[in-house]
Design a protein around this ligand. Sequence first.
Ligand code: PMM
Length: 271
Amino acid sequence: MRPLVMGVLNVTPDSFSDGGSWADPDAAVQRGRQLLAEGADIIDVGGESTRPGAEPVGIDTELARVVPTIEALVDDVAAAGARLSIDTRHAEVAREALAAGATILNDVSASLEHVAGEAGAGWVAMHMLGEPGTMQDDPHYDDVVAEVRAFLVAAEERGRDAGADEIWIDPGIGFGKTFEHNWALLGALDQLVDTGIPVAVGTSRKGFLGAVLAEADGTDQRPGPEDRLEGSITTACWAATMGAAMIRVHDVRATVAALGAVATLHGSGGT
Ligand code: PMM
């Protein structure tokens, strides 16, 4: 079986990866339908960019972006047998989005377990060092894999105590991590899988892929976010092979196809 594919729907003017493309609610709904048609299992709606250096947008703005989008997509998502998640750091936004029809709280702050527990929603607890505004200012770990793992194991326990019974843990690639930290975490993803807690991972279009792709093609020109497909797909397939349960991506069609091939390989007795 392939991992679940979570398709990114950023209703924001300033996300690093697709900023502005779906900021208008009508465009966002069309994009959501497209992600469903391409095979997304989950549509992840976000109304606040968490790119490095991003400024907080304010709760009202975030609510005005995500709630109408979720309401407009609920029926299509149900018809497709898929689910909606809300990508937020704010309890009020999470509550309203879950009331509007989202059933998963994608929590990049790993601090909203009570909201997920009270709503009976799934909870994705992601690791981040610091805040989006400053997280890339020289992040430091003594042992990035051990520290992120310990943080996520503790988060899962908090989630259970808060009544959440569907929990994923996510190493938070790019969130308070250097290039080396990101690759170390991806390389050791099996150590997160070994916890027995379902692992979610998001590498799609992120900056650490740009550097590797530039080296690979010998130009030393870093491709922009929308030209990092090869790295996004390769790392999604790697994560699937390591045992990840959910992959968060922008390019749903290509990822679903690639993960299908990986699942076929695993089923063929090759591993
Ligand atoms: N990355 C982004 C946003 N939300 N949520 C989870 N669980 N994991 C991630 O890696 C993650 C996330 C980065 O921003 P983008 O929406 O512009 O890709």
